[in-house]
Each structure stands twice: as structure tokens, then as C-alpha cells.
Design a protein. Structure first.
Length: 597
């Protein structure tokens, strides 16, 4: 009885103290701070399917980029097929329910939504105009009642956007792709939107005009400036953005340019452009499979072959007080045309194509085969009898001073898609240099993407790369469907292109560990890594719901992961960490449970 009275007395004292705290005239207030409950740090994690929303639309991008609002327990998913955002109630994550749509067509006619982000109950949509080279908008809506709030003009083709950690700023990547014949090529830029007053957002454009006079310097550093007659500002195409924890700095991937842009959000200026360099596939650890016709898994080194990282998604995280950047190195070539036949016949006004299959570039008949060569290659190759491989580099696969030998065979490098506008010998002025036989000499071959994910410091210097591990893990775990395409379960189908094709990624902290989740677009699975130590990440799991043996495409599981969102346990509808993935090919939004071990 005495013990109970003591507890009761203590409770009364606490209650009186709390009452006294509300009395502004009392100078002897006591502040009671609740204890901080730290999240458990797991030894490891694993993914499992929790729930799925299916549009029933196959291979038409019906589910791409997801975002999540913790207060309403809603997911917002870009449906590119419809050009809008679908709103899903995931309060019961096992059974997501479609409850509405967000379309910006009332404020920008015939527009399409490219991306979505959510913060503090505000939904931001990146919206492109009907004519993609025209300026776009960012439109804001309430996550709770889905009502329109405001809009603001941004650059051409806003492709991705994200909120700053404090929710006061939205940063937008304006990709500004050209039209199909390159007669219009708008300038790429980054819009920085002040949303302190969400009813009256204001935008400032951080552009690349200051870099136009530095074109030669950028090219020399390794930044790819390849568009026909393009200025630097026209050629740079921001793809994806991440913002530092303090909200002062943003980094944008410049995918086609194989570079990163650093943006000072205080001065609202682009301060740096970092060339990302090239991955040497001749080194052990950087092996890859280059042929889709050899009917086998053949992951090996190839001297003279390098990969352009060309990242799509980017994220940042902290480790030991330092900021690190994480990228999914997808790769992308420029291919635009209004009339492909006319372009390949030599009319350079009909578009621009920079990728070519290796064996076509080294055709023993030279460049005299009509209809096979990009018009811009034909322009630089006037009087050129064809191309050869430098025998000092490619002798290992049969190259000689006049013949590519076995190197161009389908079982060797012949099937690989490479950039024709890189790697050949030039004069000091950049013009093509021919040998005594009138041949272009390629000393290196440049492939698209690095088939990996990388960790970089904030100055664009690589700290770590996953090397050949993606292809090796796929070969180990699903050997019968190695390098399959996301629309057809065919063995070795994508080895000649970008392999498993890492595209989307997100990072999440659980306890004191940070994990990276990377979506393999073509293979249709998720790679999970512990990246707590940036210098030594460790593989955790390869997870996929794909059923390769089912003929019905709508029953094959989740195909073509495009966008990924990590939901921490404190925000999750079931109080457990979760991963939301938009799958563009299966048209499904998947909710994966993150199980702690």
C-alpha cells in the first residue's frame, strides 16, 4: 500500500509541475524531455513483397516515379501513359487502393507529368508542355484533399524535382531535350523554387550560360558535348537531383554528358561541372558480357573498351561527418530523327544518332554501304575509306594494321553498341586524322553506361564502384535468364547494350546503417547494398518478383523498376521500413517490406 501511495504522489507532483509549466508567471518551470528512442540497427535486411497496385497496362509506362506522404499514408505515382499522377491509399499496404488522380492540364493544357515529390503535405509535380521544347511548370497540390494550390514557370522539359530537407525549396532538373531534328535545342537548367509561401512560389533559374565560353576546357576534362551545333548550355541535360542535408548544395546528374553539376542553393548558381571519367573494362573487376549472340554467359575483360558512367538517379548520404553521392550508372545515347532513312542516307537535317553497333563501324567495305551510317559520321568521313582498330591495343582479338579481324565477330566485340563520335585519332583542331591507307584509327571504344552503381565524393571523384558484380550476381542467381530484357524473358538479350541496366536508386538509413536500393531496369530486380562504409560497401540481396516462366506479361510480377522511394519505420503505415517501387513495364506499384535481421 505504501508503494502505491508513493507512485501516486509522484504522479501528482509531475502533474502539478506540468500545470505550473503552463503558468507564464512562474519562474521555476521544469521542462520534461521525453527519452530519445533509437531505431534498432540491424545486422542485415531482406526484402519481401508486401502489396501491389496494378494498372493492368503493360509496357506503356503506367507506373514510373513514386512519392509518399506520411501524414495521409498516400503514395503518389506518375502514370506516364495517362500523363498524370495516380493517388494510392496505402494505409493498408497489403492492399493499396486507387483513390484519385492529379492532372495539371487545368493549369497547362495538354501537359504531361514527369515527376512527383512530397513534403509537409505538399505535392509538387514536374510538368512538361505539350511541345516539350517549350517551358514547363511545377504545380503544387494538397496531399490531404488533392486541391490545386499554385504553380510556377520553370525550364523546358522539367524531368525530376525534389524538396530540400527543410521543405522551403524545390529544385527542378530541366532536361531540355531537343526536338527530333535538332532544329530546336533549348538550354538545360536547374530551377530553384522558394516555397516558403506555397501560395506564391517564386523560381530562379540556375543556368549554364557561363560555361559556353569554356566548351573546349570542358571537353578536354571529359565532359561530353556532342549535340550538333550546340552550345554548352544547350548540350547539358540535367536528369536527376539530390540535395545536401543542410540544404545549401545540390548535385544534378548530366547523364548524356557523363558529368555532374554542383549547384550552390544560397547563391543560386551552378558552381562546378565534374567529368566522371570512364570505366576501364580491361581491368580485373570491371569485366562485362558484350555479346547477345554467343549463346553463353561470358563475363570477361576487354582491353581498349571503356564505359561511360552516365548516371541516371543520384542520392546523397552522410558517413563519418562527410557527404557522399550515390549514382545508378545506366548510360544513355542520343538518338533523335524525323526521318531515319533520310538521315542514314546522309541528310543531317533529319536528326542525330551517335550510337552504332561496333561491327558496322568496322565494316571491311568501309563507309560506302548506303543507309548504314549516321549522317554526321558521313560528314566527318568524307574521303575516309573506313575505320580500323589500333593493333597495339586490339591485337588480342585479332586486329591488324588494316583489318579489325575477329574483334568484329558477333562472339567478340562486334555486337556491342558504342559511340562512333569518340575514340578515334584526331588532329590538334579535332578533325579526323587518317592513316596512310585513308582509315580512321580507333584507339578506344566507348560503351554506354557502366553496369554498376558508384559512390563519389562531393567533388565528383569516385570513391567506390560495384564493378562487374551486378552481372555476376544475376549470372549466379538467375543464369537461365541472364541479361534478359524487361519485356521478354530471353537469355543474354541485353549483353550487347547496357546489360541489366541500373537506373533508379534510393538510399535509406536504418538505425546507424545506410542501405542503397538499386533498380535493374532490364533485369527487373532490386540490388541491395550496405553502404555504411563508403569505401567498402557490401552486397546484401538481389530481390525480384519476376516470374520468367509465365507467358502472360501481366502475371510476370514487377517489371522495369523506374523510381524507388525508401519509407522509414517512423513514417510507414505498418511501423516497419518499406520500399515503394514504380515499375514502368508491368505498370505496377510495388510495396516491399524491409525485414530486419
Amino acid at each position: 500500500m505504501k508503494a502505491k501511495m508513493t507512485v501516486l504522489a509522484t504522479m501528482l507532483m509531475v502533474g502539478l509541475s506540468a500545470c505550473n509549466d503552463s503558468d507564464e508567471s512562474n519562474n521555476n518551470t521544469v521542462t520534461i524531455t521525453p527519452p530519445v528512442v533509437e531505431e534498432v540497427t540491424p545486422e542485415s535486411i531482406s526484402l519481401s513483397l508486401l502489396g501491389r497496385y496494378e494498372t493492368g497496362v503493360f509496357a506503356e509506362s503506367a507506373a514510373e516515379i513514386p512519392a509518399y506522404d506520411a501524414a495521409t499514408k498516400r503514395a503518389f505515382v506518375v502514370n506516364a501513359k495517362k500523363g498524370l499522377v495516380e493517388v494510392l491509399d496505402i494505409s493498408k499496404p497489403e492492399t493499396p487502393v486507387h483513390i484519385g488522380d492529379l492532372s495539371a492540364r487545368d493549369v497547362l493544357a495538354d501537359s504531361e507529368v514527369n515527376s512527383v515529390a512530397v513534403k509537409n503535405g505538399i505535392v509538387a509535380l514536374a510538368v512538361q508542355a505539350k511541345v516539350k521544347t517549350d517551358t514547363g511548370i511545377v504545380a503544387f497540390y494538397s496531399a490531404k484533399d488533392l486541391k490545386f494550390i499554385s504553380k510556377v514557370d520553370v525550364g523546358a522539359l522539367p524531368d525530376m524535382l525534389t524538396f530540400s530537407p527543410d521543405g522551403k525549396t524545390v529544385v527542378v532538373a530541366n532536361e531540355a531535350e531537343p526536338n527530333d531534328d535538332y532544329s530546336i535545342d533549348p538550354e538545360g537548367s536547374v530551377s530553384i523554387i522558394n516555397v516558403t509561401d506555397i501560395t506564391k512560389p517564386t523560381a530562379v533559374v540556375a543556368d549554364f550560360k557561363a560555361w559556353n565560353s569554356k566548351k573546349a576546357e570542358l571537353i578536354q576534362s571529359g565532359v561530353r558535348i556532342t549535340g550538333p551545333k550546340a552550345t554548352v548550355a544547350q548540350d547539358l541535360e540535367p536528369e536527376y537531383i539530390t540535395i545536401s542535408d543542410d540544404g545549401k548544395t545540390a548535385w544534378a546528374t548530366l547523364q548524356e554528358n557523363n558529368a555532374l553539376a554542383k549547384i550552390d542553393l544560397t547563391t543560386q548558381k551552378v558552381t562546378d561541372i565534374f567529368a566522371l571519367g570512364y570505366k576501364d573494362h580491361g581491368l580485373a573487376g570491371n569485366e562485362l558480357d558484350v555479346s547477345d549472340k554467343d549463346k553463353k554467359i561470358n563475363i570477361q575483360t576487354w582491353s581498349g573498351l571503356v564505359g561511360m558512367y552516365q548516371p541516371d538517379s543520384i542520392a546523397q548520404y552522410q558517413s563519418n561527418g562527410a557527404t557522399y553521392l550515390v549514382t545508378a550508372n545506366e548510360g544513355d545515347s542520343r538518338e533523335w530523327f524525323t526521318d531515319e532513312d533520310a538521315y542514314l542516307a546522309g541528310d543531317a537535317t533529319k536528326g542525330f544518332i551517335e550510337a552504332i553497333r561496333m561491327k558496322h563501324l568496322f565494316n571491311v567495305k568501309g563507309f560506302n554501304v548506303k543507309g548504314d551510317y549516321p549522317a554526321h559520321l558521313q560528314q566527318i568521313a568524307v574521303g575516309v575509306k573506313g575505320a580500323k582498330l589500333d593493333p597495339a591495343v586490339f591485337a588480342y582479338c585479332g586486329a591488324t594494321a588494316t583489318d579489325p579481324g575477329l574483334c568484329r565477330d558477333d562472339a567478340q566485340l562486334g555486337r556491342l553498341n558504342i559511340a562512333w563520335n569518340m575514340g578515334y585519332e584526331t588532329h590538334a583542331d579535332g578533325s579526323a586524322k587518317l592513316d596512310a591507307n585513308g582509315l580512321l584509327t580507333y584507339k578506344k571504344l566507348y560503351a554506354y553506361g557502366a553496369r554498376s552503381f558508384s559512390i563519389w565524393n562531393t567533388q565528383g571523384q569516385q570513391v567506390w564502384d560495384s564493378g562487374s558484380e551486378f552481372e555476376r550476381k544475376v549470372a549466379e542467381l538467375v543464369p537461365d535468364y541472364f541479361n534478359s530484357d524487361h519485356e521478354a524473358a530471353a537469355f543474354d538479350d541485353r549483353s550487347d547494350n547496357k546489360g541489366p541496366e541500373p537506373e533508379g536508386l534510393t538510399v535509406g538509413m536504418i538505425g546507424k546503417k545506410t542501405f542503397a536500393f538499386i533498380g535493374l531496369e532490364r533485369q527487373s530486380g532490386i540490388m541491395v547494398y550496405d553502404i555504411s562504409n563508403p569505401q567498402k560497401p557490401t552486397f546484401v540481396q538481389y530481390f525480384s518478383t519476376r516470374d520468367f516462366k509465365t507467358a502472360d506479361p501481366l502475371k510476370q510480377g514487377d517489371l522495369g523498376p523506374e523510381g524507388l522511394v525508401f519509407v522509414p519505420a517512423k513514417d510507414s503505415p505498418n511501423a516497419k521500413p518499406m520500399l515503394i517501387v514504380g515499375n514502368e513495364v508491368s505498370g505496377s506499384t510495388a510495396l516491399y517490406q524491409i525485414n530486419l535481421k
